[in-house]
Design a protein around this ligand. Structure first.
Ligand code: COA
Length: 182
């Protein structure tokens, strides 16, 4: 297991040994296929499959997380340090296999990503999710993210219009890291 800091962040601390049967590691180019398949099968996320490519994992994979149960993918978080926004880490997408949900895997991947970006001097994390994805929005807000203002409020959500015109409006969420001092 990688020895990342697992600082609690707006959730209960991870118990020693909890989730310890899982392997947590960074992402390699060879993981791209399994992640693309997972996005297709685990939730209606086909519209973001274009964001999976081996080069992304090869060059930015050291800030991404792969979670495996005996070699089988059960979770992932693809994130990186923003080049344009020097204070921000960015979560491109993340997912947990349906039968592993509700057991803290998502929270632990986010906690580890927060530790990674904090160690690298970043003070916030930015994430986006489709405005229809109420479960994802609830998960992020439970972790401590707040919703940023959007182009308009739709059903109570500050929605950013889809610039690709593929039909996926999104919400933008920000998590301030405590003190940003690692
Ligand atoms: C969103 C997702 C990553 C959450 O992963 P998870 O492992 O089930 O989440 P956890 O078990 O760590 O839950 C952490 C907290 O969030 C809450 N939460 C998680 N999913 C939730 C949901 N759908 N609705 C409301 N709350 C939710 C949990 O109740 C828990 O709260 P607690 O601190 O009170 O215990 C997972 O449901 C998933 O893969 N969804 C499909 C992919 C997706 O939408 N990804 C995000 C956009 S790219």
């Amino acid at each position: 297991m990688n020895d990342f800091v697992t600082r609690p962040h707006n959730g209960p601390p991870v118990e020693p040994g909890a989730l310890s049967e899982l392997t947590w590691r960074d992402a390699q180019a060879r993981d791209a296929g399994a992640v693309a398949t997972a996005i297709d099968e685990w939730w209606p996320g086909r519209h973001i499959v274009h964001g999976v490519c081996p080069q992304l994992f090869e060059h930015l994979g050291d800030t991404s997380l792969i979670v495996e149960d005996q070699g089988e993918l059960v979770g992932f978080l693809v994130g990186y340090l923003s080049q344009r926004v020097p204070e921000a880490g960015y979560i491109h997408y993340a997912g947990v296999r349906p039968d592993w949900r509700g057991q803290g895997v998502g929270r632990e991947t986010y906690r580890r990503f927060a530790a990674i970006v904090r160690e690298r001097g970043r003070t916030c994390i930015v994430a986006e999710t489709s405005s229809w994805n109420s479960g994802s929005i609830a998960f992020h807000m439970r972790f401590g993210f707040t919703l940023e203002a959007g182009d308009e409020v739709v059903d109570g959500l500050p929605v950013h219009h889809d610039v690709t015109a593929l039909g996926f409006d999104h919400v933008r969420m920000v998590l301030r890291l405590e003190g940003g001092d690692g």
